[in-house]
Structures are given as C-alpha cells and as structure tokens.
Design a binder for this molecule. Structure first.
Ligand code: FE2
Ligand code: FE2
Length: 262
C-alpha cells in the first residue's frame, strides 16, 4: 500500500494525479490512501477536490485539524464512505474515524485516522480511542493502517509503540516535514513519524515563503497562498503480510513531479 502525506492545493492534487499511476506500476500497489486535509487551496477539503483524488486512484482520504476549513466538507462527512475524520472526535460528530477497504481478490484493509492533542486543539484521548477501535477492527481484519495526525514526535511514537503487534502500520502526518525514522517495531508494526507533504517544496510547508517570513517578522496577518515550484509526492510504501498483518517493509517516498513543459 501507498500512503500519501498531506496533499496541498492544486499542485499537490496534480502530483497525485500524475504520480500515483507511476508508483502503482513501479511497486504493484494494492491500496492507496492520502491525507487530504490541505487539498482545497491549502486549507481543508471539498467534494470536488476529494473526487479529483479518488479519480487519481486514491481509495480513501484521511484528514486532521484542517477538517473544518471548507464548509462543503459536511457533504463528505455525511455522504462519503471513503472519507475519514479523526476517530477521537466526541461521539455525535458527523463522519467516520475508520473504514474497512475491500477489493475483489485482495485482503481487507482497515484504516483509522487519529489526531494528537499536544500543541493542537483538544479532542478526546487518541490513545484510549485507538485501543477500543483497534479491538473492534481486528474482529474483521488484522491488516490495519493508522494515520496519526499530530504535532509532537513523542505522541506519535508512543501511540505506535502502544499498538505494536496489534496494527500493521502507524504513519504520522501534519508537520509537513518528512522524517527519516522509518522502521518496523519488534511486534511487526511499521512506523514513520511523519510522511511529509505532497505539493510545492519551494515553500514553507507548501505556502509562499515571503508572507510567512513577514508574519514571523512583524506579527501581522498575511495571506498564505499555495506555492508553485518543486512539487513532490511524499509518503510511504508499506508491504503487509496478508495472513499475519505484520509489516514486511516500509519505504519512504519523495517523488519529484517533472516540471510542466513551458
Ligand atoms: Fe496538513
Ligand atoms: Fe494538520
């Protein structure tokens, strides 16, 4: 399976459309999951941007703290089974925090989305939420992937260590900076602290550089437009054993998009 880190704006969506088929052919991908929380103009997601990702071959979209930035997200939360919000929202919140993917001739793959609480908005405890949900999902399949959308490295590592041997992989998102700590824990859970982001890397986390510097220099509000140059698709490819659910390999992906012909 391929997991794609936060897709940022139109350049990110273009990278997904052009590079998922390339990666699928190169690696024989069975499932493709993408974090889409920044896919609409860099903030939030709409049914239109989600459908672009689905047409590119994405099977399921996860999100995070930018979930509510576009009001049209309600249509996805209420009607789109291939769309997840963090599982640890209070019960009664629209949408789903986990899903089970099924495709002809392939084993089922469960996916859960969580959001951290360190340096982020207050949600319910992701650790207790994960324990309960993993038990529930394991009644259907032992192939389980988790997108842990969080700021603090400790929170992501601790969550993954807690679930070692009970899920196939935990990959972090949100910081937009890919970490180099991909590994498989002793119990068979693959881990990468942050998948990075898919979009323009000549930027500050996908946004134009100058306004961000101005904001830090002067503390005045700025419009952060999505940047344009040096587009990459970032994420991880994970190989999971069909029977045991253990990860067999995890490999970082940081694939450049060839520049558009002038
Ligand atoms: Fe993000
Ligand atoms: Fe985020």
């Amino acid at each position: 399976m391929l997991f794609i880190g936060d897709v940022v704006g139109a350049p990110g969506r273009r990278a997904v459309a052009l590079l998922v088929p390339v990666l699928r052919a190169r690696h024989g991908l069975h499932y493709v999951i993408a974090n889409g929380e920044n896919s609409a103009g860099g903030s939030g997601i709409t049914p239109a941007t989600a459908s672009e990702l689905f047409s590119a071959g994405v099977d399921l979209i996860t999100t995070g703290d930018h979930l509510w930035d576009q009001k049209e997200v309600m249509g996805l939360l209420e009607n789109e089974p291939r769309f997840l919000r963090p599982r640890n929202y209070p019960s009664g919140t629209p949408g789903h925090g986990s899903a089970v993917l099924e495709r002809e001739g392939l084993p089922m793959l469960a996916v859960m989305n969580l959001q951290g609480r360190v340096f982020m908005g207050e949600l319910e405890n992701p650790f207790t939420a994960a324990l309960a949900e993993v038990e529930r999902l394991r009644q259907r399949t032992n192939l389980i992937f988790i997108d842990m959308h969080a700021e603090a490295t400790s929170e992501k590592i601790a969550l993954a260590r807690m679930l070692d041997g009970r899920v196939s992989a935990v990959v972090g998102t949100h910081t937009h900076v890919q970490t180099a700590d991909e590994q498989i824990f002793p119990g068979g859970t693959a881990f990468l602290c942050d998948a990075g982001f898919t979009g323009p890397h000549e930027s500050v986390l996908g946004r134009e550089i100058e306004p961000v510097i101005r904001r830090f220099l002067t503390n005045t509000p700025q419009r952060f437009a999505v940047a344009k140059e040096r587009v990459r698709l970032q994420g991880a490819i994970i190989e999971i054993n069909n029977t045991t659910g253990r990860a067999e390999s995890i490999q970082r992906v940081s694939e450049p998009l060839p520049p558009e012909p002038a």
